[in-house]
Ligand binder design. Structure first.
Ligand SMILES: [Zn+2]
Length: 221
């Protein structure tokens, strides 16, 4: 299954290289860089392939509309749907909670454009209050949660965070780490909630007013 295929070719190349067949698509919100590949991926199998996404009716290809608290079967795993308005009003996130035989928990999160490493999505539709609450909702999961956000914006997010909070050693450390990772041509995603709790200004905002100040400063940066 694929989350937010903005482009079909990279997904199809990945599937072909491994001999995989696509069995479903999960969508977080309607922006073209998240849905642009759906039609080409559906291709001939259009009728059979489940396409999960917001129940708002904005995305024509969605045939399995989902809402807060719904679950999606991802083969032997179950993804829980969270409504996280802010970037768009009908934005959703998917969270898969795994328990191994030792009962230690692992969580995989797909927050779309709500939470980024070192940042969060722009408020195209929602209010600062809504986005603040959505980030709090995502931040309730365990520290080791793997956060598969939809964009590699970490480097510019940390550049902003350094300028906004120049005295924070944790932000300075994260910025250096991110620069090293990117210089090697590697991705900083997935990140973890632990990393974000240490170095993400947006997820750590104390209240909606503080969140709004940081978001506005980033918009102008
Ligand atoms: Zn978006």
């Amino acid at each position: 299954m694929v989350v937010d295929p903005g482009c079909a070719k990279s997904v199809q190349d990945f599937l072909d290289a491994r001999g995989y067949h696509l069995s479903g698509i999960l969508i977080t919100h309607h922006h073209m860089d998240h849905v642009g590949g759906i039609d080409a991926l559906l291709g001939k199998a259009k009728k059979d392939l489940p396409v999960y996404g917001p129940a708002s009716g904005r995305i024509a290809q969605i045939n399995r509309p989902v809402r807060e608290g719904d679950t999606v079967d991802v083969h032997c795993l179950v993804a829980k749907v969270l409504e996280v308005p802010g970037h768009t009003l009908d934005h959703i996130a998917y969270v898969i909670e795994l328990k191994d035989t030792m009962n230690s928990e692992e969580v995989w999160m797909f927050p779309g454009d709500t939470l980024f490493s070192g940042g969060c999505g722009r408020l195209f539709e929602g209010s600062p209050q809504q986005m603040f609450e959505s980030l709090q909702k995502l931040n309730q999961f365990p520290a080791n949660t793997r956060v598969h956000c939809a964009h590699e914006y970490t480097e510019s997010n940390m550049r902003f965070s350094r300028a906004y909070a120049p005295d924070s050693k944790k932000i300075e450390d994260r910025e250096s780490e991110v620069r090293r990772i990117r210089e090697q041509g590697l991705s900083t995603i997935p990140t973890t909630l632990e990393t974000e709790r240490l170095s993400n200004l947006f997820i750590n905002a104390a209240n909606p007013i503080e969140f709004k100040q940081i978001r506005e400063a980033k918009d102008k940066f």
